[in-house]
Ligand binder design. Structure first.
Ligand SMILES: *Cc1c(COP(=O)(O)O)cnc(C)c1O
Length: 476
């Protein structure tokens, strides 16, 4: 029997204590139970089986046959397919046997997706800087990496000030607080976004106004913003969705005309540009997220960018308990603890060092997907040539016929590939629907959109295979 099997097997005469040692030493939370004098498998036993038996009064010195599971699933060595695992959730490993139930090996079950829709890539100095920050003992929210990350990110986007936060949601919350937006104020948000955008508006007691998106760019529609403005409107939160920059020219014009604040939500578009200028540098305060599935990550994390010193100071005040800069433990406002740690910032600095490289592999991946999917009837690629806009790739995104979408998602799920549906429009959720102003386009597009796996380790063969499968469903 192969060496790696040793850590998986025990004998039916073994004591529960011995079996627990086997399970504890192995990679899987299971042991195969063999007959005392042969390699014939008679049962399996998991740590859960043992725990339940011990609770029922069985002793550690009792033999394992008191708690082992005889009705286990197995695979005959010549079976081409895996046995049916319906109703056996949690099974991760299956013994492979011959005609006489002699144990030959095992197969692992990939129940969950092995191609996730997104995953972080740490190919640079991430671990080095993280270790450095750790060893420095500056593990909380002061430290050289915080300052460095704030400086580097503000420089990258082209703003004077960067204020790191605990996540992207708190960054938006802080932006609204710093701008003094609250009860009685209206804030315009797009219907297609992640819920954090609208939630932050609700945190400060303001009234969100949900407006429709553009048919081609999928971002908030400037025409709809214009229509939704009332005397109570105080701010617009354009969201650069799925890597696409909003029409910042028109949006800033509207904001100037009506004297409104603009808070860019850049959580999905690090590095995207409008007329050669990076997103995050247009609005009064602009917010980023560094969650694990974003373009770059710090684990959890966020950032506010601004060119206005007063706004920057207020963001810092609110993010650090409202504590006065000049008098310690004197609190000027009811603040929050929305700080990023030095450990997170250390990862962020390393990620930012490789920003160009990260955007490049993302772009190459999209190129590769789009090459397969272009000119396919029933598939519309995300637009890459919106006038004045340079999108980046967050998650590769396309539209398909809404009647086909569920089939695609399910078909790919069976293959272990995680395909994401577009965000559900805010206007379709009970807790937000009272705030809708317009949602015609968003309602339609949200039933058609999918995000394809956008991970660094995806090979050209896998992209080709995924596309082949999608095309097959689309064209049947
Ligand atoms: C991810 C995301 C956020 C929230 O960021 P967190 O760091 O997860 O709090 C906000 N807005 C949009 C559009 C996002 O995609």
């Amino acid at each position: 029997m192969k060496k790696e099997m040793e850590s998986l097997i025990c004998r039916e005469t073994d004591s529960i204590r011995q079996v627990m040692q086997v399970i504890g030493a192995g990679r899987k939370k299971i042991a195969f139970v063999l007959e005392a004098n042969s390699d014939k498998i008679v049962a399996t036993v998991t740590d859960g089986d043992i725990r339940r038996a011990l609770l029922n009064g069985i002793e550690m010195t009792d033999s394992v046959d008191k708690c082992m599971y005889k009705n286990f699933v197995f695979k005959k060595k010549d079976d081409a397919v895996m046995p049916d695992l319906t109703g056996r959730s949690g099974v991760e490993i299956i013994p492979v046997v011959d005609e006489d139930m002699m144990l030959l090996g095992y197969e692992e079950v990939y129940e969950n997706s092995y191609v996730p829709v997104a995953s972080p890539q740490f190919g640079g100095n991430e671990l080095k800087y993280l270790t450095d920050a750790f060893l420095s003992t500056w593990v909380s929210s002061t430290g050289e990496y915080i300052d460095k990350f704030e400086r580097m990110f503000a420089d990258y986007c082209g703003t004077k000030y960067g204020i790191a936060t605990s996540n992207g949601t708190t960054a938006i919350h802080l932006a609204l607080l710093a701008l003094g937006i609250g009860e009685g104020d209206e804030v315009i948000v797009p219907d297609i976004t992640f819920a954090a955008t609208i939630n932050a508006v609700l945190y400060v007691g303001a009234t969100p106004v949900i407006v429709d998106i553009e048919e081609d760019g999928w971002c908030i529609s400037p025409e709809e913003i214009r229509k939704a403005i009332t005397p109570k409107t105080k701010a617009i939160i354009p969201v650069h969705i799925y890597g696409q920059a909003c029409d910042m020219g028109q949006i800033m014009d509207i904001a100037r005309e009506y004297n409104l604040y603009v808070i860019e939500d850049c959580a999905e578009a690090h590095g995207a540009e409008y007329k050669g200028q990076r997103v995050g540098s247009f609005g009064h305060i602009n917010c980023f997220s560094f969650f694990g599935n974003k373009v770059i990550t710090t684990g959890e994390g966020g950032m506010c960018l601004t060119n206005d010193k007063e706004f920057a100071d207020r963001i810092r005040l609110y993010k650090d308990h409202g504590m006065s800069k000049n008098r310690r433990y004197y609190h000027e406002v009811v603040g929050y603890n929305y700080r990023m740690t030095n450990l997170q910032a250390a990862i962020g600095v390393a990620q930012l060092e490789r920003m160009d490289e990260i955007l490049a592999w993302r772009q190459a991946l999209e190129d590769s997907y789009f090459e397969h999917l272009q000119n396919v009837d029933g598939i519309v690629l995300q637009k890459r040539d919106m006038p004045g806009r340079k999108k980046i790739v967050w998650l590769v995104s396309v539209l398909v016929d809404s009647e086909k979408r569920e089939d695609i998602v399910q078909h790919m799920k069976e293959k272990g590939v995680d395909i994401r549906r577009f965000f559900i429009p805010l206007s379709e959720m009970d807790i937000y629907k009272e705030y809708v102003f317009s949602n015609e386009v968003s309602k339609k597009l949200s039933t058609q959109g999918i995000n394809l796996p956008t991970t660094f380790d995806l090979t050209e063969e896998m992209v080709s295979e995924i596309c082949k499968n999608i095309i097959q469903v689309v064209s049947c």
